[in-house]
Design a protein. Structure first.
Length: 264
């Protein structure tokens, strides 16, 4: 329950834009990442099939948040919730970060929660987009695969910059760590690489957009700053996979991080 309360407080932050993100035809869900000692105390999953079934705590937290949105705020599909398609994250979309098997700083601590204190981060987002690269040990090439998926999202869904989440499981994470990279290095590489030109829209059936103001050589970035990318260590130990979780509508909603208040 303290996790659910922290998530609700975070979503009520004006920067999150709770009404817009839950009522939009874009169909966003709330992606929740939990950090700190409370993850293990309540038995959350941060590894095998982290987005999938099989863990009661992960599923319960996300489902409780969705039921509150439906039953308290009236976010009923076809009524306040105007999603054209929605996605399965609207059932539940909550994970823990794999802090025990990662040398990187946890997401909540990176974003201002004190060391040793449990925290949550919540982000309005589209469905996760899984990618794979098992043909390199080069961290730049691995990150280029992630950046390519972000560029694809910019062309096929929304050009607007905002928070993206990057979930990196153990196999690719160990290669990046072995090269001496921290989360900061991943964010800075992708910030530089995840960019498209207005002319690129012609390749995805949107040539009519190219002729609008700005010109074909106008450049767009997926991120306003490197810190807009949320890098999360999570997922099973085998397979060169990762996931990009795109924003609902760029700068219209910002990820929010809060400490979890646990009372004895």
């Amino acid at each position: 329950m303290p996790v659910v309360v922290a998530v609700l407080r975070a979503m009520c932050d004006e920067a999150f834009n709770l009404h817009g993100s839950t009522a939009s035809t874009g169909g966003s869900a709330q992606f929740i990442v939990v950090n700190g000692p409370l993850r293990t105390a309540i038995g959350m999953n941060a590894t095998h099939g982290v987005f999938g079934n099989g863990n009661r705590a992960n599923a319960t937290i996300g489902r409780a948040v969705r039921l509150l949105l439906i039953n308290v705020l009236g976010c009923v599909p076809g009524q306040l919730d105007r999603s054209t398609l929605g996605h399965p994250g609207k059932f539940t979309f909550c994970i823990a970060e794999d802090e025990e098997d990662s040398p990187w700083l946890g997401l909540a601590e990176e974003r201002g929660v004190a060391a040793g204190v449990s925290g949550i981060t919540v982000m309005a987002c589209g469905a996760p987009r899984q990618v794979m690269n098992e043909w390199t040990h080069d961290p730049e090439e691995i990150c280029e695969t992630f950046a390519a998926e972000m560029r694809h999202n910019m062309l096929t869904y929304s050009i607007w910059p905002g928070n993206y989440a990057l979930v990196i499981p153990k196999q690719l994470r160990e290669l990046i760590v072995a090269a001496g990279w921290q989360k900061k290095d991943v964010r800075e590489y992708i910030y530089r690489s995840a960019r498209v030109f207005r002319r690129d829209w012609a390749k995805v059936g949107k040539k009519n957009v190219v002729a609008r103001s700005g010109g074909p050589d106008q450049k767009f970035a997926a991120l306003h700053t490197p810190d807009d990318l949320l890098v999360v260590a999570a997922g099973g130990p085998a397979g060169g996979f990762g996931a990009i979780i795109p924003p609902w509508l760029g700068p219209r909603s910002h990820a929010v991080t809060r400490a979890i208040e646990v009372h004895a």
